[in-house]
Ligand binder design. Structure first.
Ligand code: FNR
Length: 378
């Protein structure tokens, strides 16, 4: 269907699920155990109410945002997600094209289905990318990757993912690993940067896609040891991804200026089930260590389906808001146009929300615009 007829992200997901193979669907859709965190990530936004102010001139509204000093046209960004070509042949480069047209940031997964060089090839001079690292047991592999990333001018920071040192128990993904052949995937799609000795071909072998992608990933990382190693490999700013408590947010802030930001995330519910959504972690940080917001940038992802969800995260102190599955579903539904439509829908919904709140710019959003009473009791 024509992408301009898609009105919201739920419709986009419905279209996408009809386009992709069973194995790709299981990999994209799945989350750990009972998938509680996955659904609560979104449901928690329903428990926060907005507080619209009236009699305010709301003619103008823009979404301009700054991340680590880089100007963006929207606080919505695309989260790192492996294997985009499972959804559409244009893959991560297709996502990059859509982001370019919207002035949106993109974080490239360590397990992308294209090389970072291919993905940033047509980057515009002001386009902003991050690159996400899963540190490999064989450090030389990660060191070689970082050496390449350091040379790519479009990549402005490293995102080190910490919430999935091991994969969660994603049963839908495991199931397709068992049913192998019946769950056909587009041929030749693989993680571009993973070699045959650790990841034969995650779309063909036994086991689900996710399970296989974790082979070779180092579960022994720690605060001081791993950050010290990373400092010897890159001068790029570091953003730590997957923090789920105020204690860890505070620890991260002690590592500024090497660590310039954190992403509050439970990996879309794909690591620890019943882990808290980013909203709860934002509330905790505000309560116990609000100084974290002054020392490092705080970003969030998980469960964003509506512009109002994103606005609420910004009101709680997030600088930007990531899309995991929503971007993949957009890509699967309509390639570059599908991702563009996804970004358009969310940006339009955010502007409607902000104008109805009586707000012109994202930096004016704050606690005065939300009622978090119910969320604080959860
Ligand atoms: C992910 N995510 C992820 N995160 C990461 O740091 N590296 C990765 O390679 C991946 N891969 C990945 C694949 C797929 C299919 C999904 C759905 C997710 C997690 C991702 O960055 C993000 O944290 C969540 O997807 C956010 O939740 P929503 O937006 O999907 O609800």
């Amino acid at each position: 269907p024509p992408m301009e007829n898609v009105l919201n992200l739920d419709e986009m997901e419905e279209i996408a699920t009809k386009q992709v193979s069973k194995k790709a669907w299981a990999y994209y859709h799945s989350a750990s155990d009972d998938m509680f965190s996955k659904s609560f990530n979104n449901a928690v936004y329903r428990s926060i109410l907005l507080r619209p102010r009236v009699f305010v001139d709301c003619t103008k509204c823009d979404l301009d945002t700054t991340v680590l000093g880089h100007k963006l046209n929207t606080p919505i960004y695309v989260s790192p997600a492996a294997m985009a070509r499972l959804g559409h042949p244009s893959g991560e480069a297709g996502i990059a094209e859509a982001c370019r047209n919207f002035g949106a940031m993109q974080i490239i997964s360590n397990n992308a289905s294209m090389t970072p060089e291919q993905i940033v090839q047509d980057a515009s001079p002001d386009q902003v990318f991050g690159w996400q690292l899963y540190v490999q047991i064989d450090r030389k592999k990660s060191e070689a990757m970082l050496a390449r990333i350091n040379k790519l001018k479009a990549i402005k920071f490293i995102v080190l993912t910490l919430d999935a040192p091991i994969p969660g128990k994603r049963e839908a993904d495991e199931r397709t690993g068992m049913t192998g052949r019946t769950a056909a995937v587009p041929s030749g799609v693989k993680a571009a940067e993973r070699s045959a000795d650790d990841t034969p071909n995650p779309t063909e072998g036994s086991g689900g896609v996710g399970q296989q992608l974790f082979a070779g990933t180092d579960p022994s990382l720690t605060w001081t040891k791993t950050l010290a190693w990373l400092a010897t490999q890159t001068d790029l700013p570091i953003i730590l991804k997957g923090l789920q408590t105020h204690e860890d947010a505070y620890l991260a802030s002690l590592h500024a200026p090497q660590v310039r930001g954190i992403i509050l995330s439970n990996h879309g519910g794909r690591a620890m089930d019943t882990a808290p959504p980013a909203v709860h972690t934002l509330l905790e940080i505000r309560k116990y260590c609000p100084e974290v917001f002054d020392k490092i940038e705080v970003h969030v992802d998980g469960g964003i389906r509506r512009g109002t969800d994103a606005v609420k995260a910004l009101c709680l102190g997030a600088t930007s808001v990531g899309l995991g599955r929503a971007a993949l579903w957009g890509l699967a539904a309509g390639g570059v146009e599908g991702v563009s439509r996804t970004l358009q829908i969310l940006n339009d919904e955010m502007k409607t929300c902000m104008r109805l709140l009586g707000v012109e710019r994202v930096d004016q959003l704050g606690l005065q615009h939300i009622n978090t009473r119910a969320a604080e009791q959860q």
